[in-house]
Design a protein around this ligand. Structure first.
Ligand SMILES: [Zn+2]
Length: 312
């Protein structure tokens, strides 16, 4: 089926509101797949949808005879996700972006490659798939994924991809959530997808094991603020669509805590000291528990000690 617009899309599914439980609506998904999870499909614009419930958020756009994907959820939900996309948008995925290497966003890579899709990512994302990744703050070693490798990578700056008669903007956000973060911006629909750099109602993680740090996250959220306007819908890593005001709040929090944690480090405080005194307490009501954030912030800043004008 080809969805020609939001109204038609909603009518097709027989519901009047966005955020639809497809496992109940689509007979083809009954059984084992549907019992795993209920994927929610929310139209963002004509032929452009957000899918939640598959791990990380997924955005898909129909263009010409193909579908462009931004992230692919986790491996557990990959089959259901790709079936849902095919039924919702009526075409196969021909090109997919990885916003970064984390598995809850790249779980469809192997299938997409097998199906002949082009996989676009930052070069560092490709490199993390070529070797074991020891993420010590998770106590987990991720094995290499040789069949998940992106087919097309870039290293620096802003890029443009021609797709379905239009264009899609994307670019690198250096050393932020990881060392391979990219945003994807559908300028015509004014929808921005920002992977793990933008979070909703929880602290972003500067994954110090793979190059993330708070200085980079503060810079990345600033760079995204310069890209968007008050009407932009911003898709975070998981959770509901965010606004420019939400992104500004995240940037303010990151900029402030980056500086404050650095100052505490200069006084000789360690991670446990910061957690014990509630170093982030003024932000915790909005952003939740900050233990993982503080641990990674500390380690990231320590790794950038030279540019932090010297802590020791
Ligand atoms: Zn992530």
């Amino acid at each position: 089926m080809v969805i020609s617009g939001r109204r038609a899309f909603l009518a097709q599914l027989g519901r009047g509101t966005a955020g639809l439980c497809l496992s109940a609506s689509l007979g083809g998904l009954a059984g084992a797949a549907a019992s795993k999870a209920d994927l929610q499909v929310t139209p963002l614009a004509e032929g452009l949808v957000l899918i939640t419930g598959a791990g990380g958020n997924v955005v898909a756009r129909r263009g010409g005879d193909g579908v462009l994907l931004v992230d692919g959820g986790n491996a557990e939900h990959s089959k259901q996700l790709l079936q849902t996309l095919r039924q919702t948008l009526g075409a196969p995925v021909t090109v997919a972006f990885n916003t970064h290497w984390h598995w809850e966003h790249t779980g469809s890579n192997e299938t997409l490659r097998q199906d002949g899709a082009e996989l676009i990512a930052h070069e560092n994302t490709r490199l993390w798939f070529t070797q074991p990744v020891d993420v010590d703050w998770e106590n987990r070693v991720y094995p290499p994924r040789p069949k998940a490798l992106p087919t097309r990578t870039f290293y620096k700056g802003a890029q443009t991809l021609a797709f379905g008669g239009g264009t899609v903007d994307y670019g690198h956000l250096p050393l932020a959530h990881t060392d391979g973060d990219i945003y994807v911006y559908f300028r015509d629909a004014n929808v921005l997808v920002a992977g793990g750099v933008v979070t909703a109602n929880r602290y972003p993680i500067p994954d110090a094991a793979t190059g993330g740090w708070t200085g980079g996250l503060a810079n990345a959220t600033k760079a995204l603020l310069d890209l968007v306007n008050d009407e932009t819908r911003i898709v975070p890593d998981v959770g509901p669509v965010q606004t420019k005001a939400d992104l500004a709040a995240e940037n303010e929090m990151l900029t402030t805590l980056h500086e404050e944690i650095w100052q505490m480090m200069r006084k000789g405080m360690g991670v446990d000291d910061m957690i014990a005194i509630g170093a982030t307490s003024k932000y915790d009501e909005r952003w939740g528990n900050s233990d993982v954030f503080i641990r990674n912030a500390y380690r990231g800043i320590y790794g950038h000690v030279r540019e932090m004008r010297g802590i020791v």
